[in-house]
Design a binder for this molecule. Structure first.
Ligand code: 4AD
Length: 455
């Protein structure tokens, strides 16, 4: 039936087409529009070709019939080719469903760029069920898929929601440097670099810089990449991740915990209310229950008792003891069993960072918190900070850190110290929980982890 001589030509007597993006076309019933995008799906019977077009704002079902369906140009179309379709928006027939409840009845179209067929066809590049590392090599193409692109849309909405909460709370955004000469969370995960002959690192956390902003700007936050040379492959560790961090002045530990709860509860609420991201979360994670404050508060010492009572062992295979780090597997078992968001608080000094303030009623432990979520475990780490220079110096000594490079951070205590605290949230970890992804790798645009720095 293919007719090489059938030309795809525009009937100039038709009304002029209005150029629109797909999401805006759903409301333009009976109007002639012009939509550009990528061919996401395509099928045909003898007389009609159905194309699902994608442009990043949504999907639209389109129909080509008559000469348009028979033309060789149409038979040559391939998935991922780009086209500009002209036609009229109509409601889908009763009983049928389609994105936006509409269909585009095409009367003319132009090919912008034809994608390859055969061995080079997109379906061979990102075949379903392919080895994850092959899919990661083709990340630039895999991102076009419905699931990954949905997670990225939710990610954009989450970052917008987080900023909205910070604006509501009158917290100022700053952009600290990523190239630094100080560590925050331990030397073993530092990425070193040669900085014009001096040793420097990619930042592990912007916390120390945020602390210096308090006297200048008041409460501050940043949304910045952090870098960790994590050696082990786990489902929740990346070498580069988007770190949401804030620092608040003249607060106490309880204020800090309440603030963290508010940020999480409100930002998730805003994502769920978002007309684009809300339905995507439902699609990705149908069972998701929005968290409500106040969260359960669990002291580290009581968590140790809980782990002992539930027969969960530490990394050496022994019963947990006070002072043990609660590593990923045990933490997740506990969180999944309890099944609700947990603020795990008051960790021992020895297993936490040099800057954390001790509890006044028990100097063995710190005013520290990890937020644990079912299915992923820790999504946030925070604490009150040491206020006195002497105590801070003792922290450096305990951790074997040369304090010279930290003079500017120490000055913070010298020139007008104040009670203050802050926290960091891992964007990819919140998303793994919100979108029900097995690994944080699915929540990063181009994930970096040991052995992977491309594309
Ligand atoms: O608990 P962390 O190491 O805390 C800090 O960096 C503090 N200095 C933050 C602060 O108080 N301003 O990291 C905070 C959060 C973790 O709870 C986790 O969500 C995320 O950052 N995170 C990672 N996410 C992905 N890959 C990694 N390798 C991560 N390491 C930490």
């Amino acid at each position: 039936m293919a007719a090489l001589n059938i030309k795809v030509e525009e009937d100039k007597s038709l009304p002029q087409a209005k150029k629109v993006k797909i999401d805006k076309s759903y409301g333009l019933l009976d109007q002639r529009v012009k939509i550009s995008g990528w061919i996401h799906r395509m099928r045909s019977n003898k007389k009609v070709v159905f194309i699902v077009l994608r442009d990043g704002t949504g999907y639209i079902q389109t129909v080509l019939s008559g000469d348009l369906a028979l033309a060789q140009q149409t038979l040559d179309l391939t998935l991922e080719s780009t086209v500009t379709l002209y036609g009229t928006i109509v409601s889908v027939p009763e009983g049928k469903s389609a994105p936006g409840g509409v269909e585009l009845v095409v009367d003319y179209y132009e090919v912008v760029g034809l994608a390859p067929s055969g061995d080079e066809a997109i379906t061979n590049k990102i075949a379903e069920g392919a080895d994850p590392s092959l899919l990661l090599d083709q990340r630039h193409l895999a991102l076009r898929g419905e699931t990954l692109s949905a997670v990225m849309k939710v990610r954009a909405s989450l970052l917008k929601a987080i900023r909205r909460v910070y604006i509501e709370e009158d917290i100022t955004e700053v952009t600290p440097p990523c190239m630094v000469q100080t560590q925050v969370e331990g030397g073993s995960t530092l990425f070193k670099l040669d900085y014009y002959g001096e040793e420097a690192y990619l930042t592990q956390s912007s916390q120390l810089y945020l602390e210096t902003c308090l006297p200048a700007l008041g409460d501050v936050y940043c949304i910045q990449e952090s870098f960790r040379a994590e050696k082990s492959h786990t489902r929740r560790h990346l070498s580069e991740y988007t770190h949401i961090e804030a620092e608040l002045a003249f607060i106490d530990f309880n204020d800090l915990l309440q603030h963290i709860e508010t940020l999480i509860v409100k930002s998730i609420q805003y994502v769920l209310e978002d007309p684009i991201a809300g339905p995507l979360v439902k699609q990705l994670n149908p069972g998701f229950v929005a968290p409500k404050g106040p969260f359960m508060r669990l002291e580290y010492k009581d968590a140790i008792t809980w782990l002992q009572e539930h027969g969960i062992k530490n990394e050496e295979g022994n019963d947990f003891q006070f002072g043990d780090d609660i590593a990923e597997a045990a933490e997740r078992k506990m969180t999944d069993t309890i099944g609700v968001p947990i603020l795990l608080i008051r960790f021992p000094v020895e297993i936490k960072s040099f800057y954390m303030k001790r509890c006044s009623d028990d100097p063995r432990v710190t005013e520290s918190v990890d937020v644990l979520m079912p299915t992923v475990g820790e999504i946030t780490g925070g604490s009150m900070r040491i206020e006195s220079t002497e105590e801070l110096m003792a922290g450096f000594t305990r951790e074997g850190i040369d304090s010279k490079a930290y003079y500017w951070f120490i000055d913070q205590r010298k020139y007008g110290t104040c009670p203050h605290g802050g926290y960091g949230l891992g964007t990819e970890r919140i998303l793994a929980w919100l979108c029900d992804r097995f690994t944080v790798r699915d929540c990063s645009l181009y994930p970096r982890f040991s052995g992977r720095c491309k594309p």
